[in-house]
Design a protein around this ligand. Structure first.
Ligand SMILES: NC(=O)c1ccc[n+]([C@@H]2O[C@H](COP(=O)([O-])OP(=O)(O)OC[C@H]3O[C@@H](n4cnc5c(N)ncnc54)[C@H](OP(=O)(O)O)[C@@H]3O)[C@@H](O)[C@H]2O)c1
Length: 259
C-alpha cells in the first residue's frame, strides 16, 4: 500500500502547518478527516480542499471541560475513529532563562495536556476500529536539551514519556501508539525563529514523512534523518553535546546579566 486510504481520522492542530498539510494529504487519499483547532475560519479554508471528506470540529485542546463537550460532538460526526493525530501545539522560548511559570504552563497546556485531552475523547471511538492508531506530534528538540527550549522541549519530552506509558498500558490491546518527532518545518510556529534552522522542510514534505512512517507501522517517526541521527548521537553521548554544541548556542554569557 502506498497511501493511507479509506480511514476515519481526527487531526488536531489542522488549521495550519503540519496538521493542515497532513489533513489535505489524507483527504486527497479518500480518507474521512475531522479537523480541529481553535480558529474556525482557517479550518473552513482547509475544508474547501475536499468539502465532502473533511469535517470541522473546533476546540481548544487545553480546555479540559470544553474537551469533554467536544467528545460528544465528535461522536455525532462519526461512530468510530481509525486514527488520531494530536498535532495541536505551541512554542514559547525562555529568553534569558526568566523561568516564567505562566509561560511554561501555557506550553504544557497545549503540548502535553492537549494530547491527554485528545486521547481521552478519542479512546471510546478508537476502540471501535479494528486497527486503531493514536499518534502525537512531539519534536526532535526533546532528544537533547536546547538553550531557550526549557518549556517547549520539556513539554515534548513529557509527551514522549506519556506515549510510552500509554503504549505499555495498552500493550495487550490492538491500539498502536505513535510518536512523531519532526525537525524544523517551515510553518507559522517557526516563522518567528531568529536562528538558522538546519534541514528546514515544508509542511507538505513533513506530511509525506508522517504518512510513510504510519504506513510502515513505525512507533517513532523521526525526520529528517540528517537532523535526527546527529541529535540521537548527542542524546547518547550527552557530555559531548554540553561540552561542544550547547556553549555555541546559548545566548547567556553570565549569571548576573541574563538576557
Ligand atoms: N514547525 C516545526 O518546526 C515543528 C517541529 C517539531 C514539532 N512541531 C510540532 O508540530 C505541531 C504542529 O506545529 P506547526 O509547526 O504545524 O505549527 P502551526 O502551523 O502553528 O500549527 C499549530 C496548530 O495547532 C493549533 N493549536 C494551537 N494551540 C491549540 C489549542 N490550544 N487547541 C487547539 N488547537 C491548537 C493551531 O490552531 P489555532 O491557533 O487556531 O488553535 C494550529 O492549527 C506542534 O505540536 C509543534 O510543536 C513543529
Amino acid at each position: 500500500m502506498t497511501a493511507i486510504e479509506g480511514k476515519t481520522v481526527w487531526i488536531t492542530g489542522a488549521s495550519s502547518g503540519i496538521g493542515e498539510a497532513l489533513a489535505r494529504r489524507l483527504a486527497e487519499h479518500n480518507n474521512f478527516v475531522i479537523i480541529s483547532s481553535r480558529g474556525k475560519e482557517s479550518l473552513s479554508e482547509v475544508q474547501k480542499a475536499a468539502p465532502t471528506r473533511i469535517r470541522l470540529l473546533s476546540c481548544d485542546v487545553s480546555d479540559d471541560e470544553g474537551m469533554d463537550r467536544v467528545g460528544a460532538e465528535l461522536a455525532e460526526l462519526t461512530d468510530h475513529l481509525d486514527m488520531v493525530v494530536a498535532c495541536a501545539g505551541t512554542c514559547e522560548y525562555d529568553d534569558g532563562l526568566r523561568l516564567d511559570s505562566a509561560s511554561y504552563r501555557r506550553v504544557f497546556d497545549a503540548n502535553f495536556f492537549g494530547a491527554i485531552n485528545t486521547l481521552r475523547q478519542a479512546l471510546p471511538l478508537l476502540a471501535r476500529s479494528k486497527a486503531p492508531v493514536f499518534a502525537a506530534v512531539g519534536s526532535l528538540s526533546s532528544v537533547v536539551g536546547f538553550p531557550r527550549a526549557e518549556a517547549y522541549g520539556a513539554s515534548k519530552a513529557a509527551l514522549g514519556y506519556f506515549l510510552d506509558a500509554v503504549r505499555a498500558d495498552l500493550s495487550r490491546t490492538c491500539l498502536k501508539v505513535v510518536h512523531i518527532r519532526p525537525g524544523f518545518i517551515d510553518t507559522p510556529l517557526t516563522e518567528r525563529n531568529d536562528f538558522e534552522m538546519p534541514f528546514l522542510m515544508t509542511p507538505e514534505e513533513a506530511a509525506e514523512c508522517i504518512e510513510r512512517g504510519l504506513l510502515r507501522g513505525k512507533s517513532t517517526i523521526d525526520f529528517p534523518w540528517r537532523l535526527s541521527w546527529p541529535l540521537r548521537f548527542f542524546g547518547f553521548f550527552r557530555s559531548l553535546w554540553f561540552r561542544f554544541s550547547a556553549p555555541r548556542m546559548t545566548r547567556i554569557r553570565s549569571l548576573a546579566a541574563r538576557q
